[in-house]
Design a protein. Structure first.
Length: 237
């Protein structure tokens, strides 16, 4: 069974139904997708937030006839007359939850440090910020610059790894080709994460080779000292 859609503003709708109808709390809670105790609290004026009532008849979500059926029969469950139209964002800057907005400067600082090839427009689109903020952080004139710490925007939840990789790859295409490009190691995937893995592997291999060479040199030196000691002991006899 497909669940019935709830009003666009369930709490405001419930508040209006409590004040303007004799529907039971259970009927209102069922129609608005709320817990019956929430509706009870609205009726008793115990809620911490005060909601301005929203008329579901005016919005087309209910009809007067449907409300009357519910008032005549407390067992009747109200049926949505017209489901609310979902509102979606198709243009404009990326929306960032309020709880994460304070992390934006840290994410911007990380990108400026780790990927200077990215343009301000790309950073603005990826993080959802303004060019003025980007410039202020770049020039260290931001009002909170002393507390800004460069942090990966993916870790902060400001964007996904896929979005970051795509932005970095796009920025890399616009970089001028240097004469030494042929001498640089090629990373097949072009993915920043894989580049880092390749770099770490190379560093690990170099460290391993250095350790082996150091051990061999120490062994050779020890053998040489032992041989000299043996020869010196023989000459004393």
């Amino acid at each position: 069974m497909v669940a019935q859609p709830t009003p666009l503003m369930p709490h405001a709708t419930a508040s209006w139904l409590v004040d303007n109808t004799s529907l039971s709390f259970e009927q209102i809670a069922d129609f608005c997708g709320l817990h019956i105790l929430e509706v009870q609290a609205m009726a008793d004026d115990l809620t911490s937030a005060k909601y301005t009532g929203r008329d579901p008849v005016h919005s087309g979500e209910l009809t007067h006839e449907e409300i009357e059926r519910g008032q005549e029969d407390t067992e009747y469950r109200l049926k949505m007359h017209r489901a609310p139209v979902e509102v979606s964002r198709t243009k404009g800057a990326r929306y960032t939850p309020v709880s994460k907005r304070q992390d934006k400067p840290d994410g911007i600082a990380w990108i400026l440090r780790s990927h200077p090839e990215m343009s301000d427009a790309q950073i603005s689109k990826l993080i959802g910020t303004t060019r003025n903020t980007i410039n202020a952080i770049r020039e260290r004139s931001h009002w909170n610059i002393q507390n800004i710490q460069a942090k990966d925007p993916v870790t902060l939840g400001l964007c996904s790894q896929r979005e970051l990789d795509a932005a970095v790859a796009k920025a890399a295409k616009n970089l001028p080709q240097s004469d030494d490009a042929e001498d640089m190691p090629v990373v097949e995937s072009g993915n920043e994460k894989e580049k880092l893995i390749e770099q770490l592997r190379a560093e690990r291999d170099d460290a391993a080779r250095a350790a082996v060479e150091a051990a061999q040199e120490a062994e050779a030196e020890a053998w040489l000292l032992a041989k000299r000691a043996s020869e010196a002991g023989g000459s004393d006899n």
